[in-house]
Write a protein that binds this ligand. Sequence first.
Ligand code: ZN
Length: 138
Amino acid sequence: MKSYRKELWFETKNRREFINITPQVEECLRESQIKEGLLLCNAMHITASVFINDDESGLHHDFEVFLDKLAPEKPYSQYRHNTYEDNADAHLKRTIMGREVVVAVTEGKLDLGPWEQIFYGEFDGKRPKRVLVKIIGE
Ligand code: ZN
C-alpha cells in the first residue's frame, strides 16, 4: 500500500473566505501516483473547515448569511470564549461546516459527484493556516 502526505497553506485577506481547493487536491493525487484508494483532506485549525459543495457564488453568500445567523461574529462579548480572543463565532462556524472530507480515488481521479467541489472554509483568517491531504491506496 502506498501512502502520501502533504500540507497546503492558505492565508486569506478577509476574516471569512471560501476557497475552491479542488485543483490543489487533484495535484496532490497526481503527485501520489495512487490510482485506487481514499483521500482525506482536513483543516488543521479549529477555526477553519474543509467541506464539499457547489462552486456557486450565490450559495457561498447564503452560507455566510446562514452561518452568521447561527453564530454571529458580533457582539464579541456574547461569547465566554472571547475573554482573550474574538473568534468564538469562528469555532462554532467551523463545527457546523465540518473538519474534513474523505473522497474515493478511482482510476487515479477524485470520485466526486457532478457538482461536488472541495472547499477550504476560513472563519478567522488573515494568518497562515494549513490543510492536510493524506492519500492511501495502490
Ligand atoms: Zn479561539
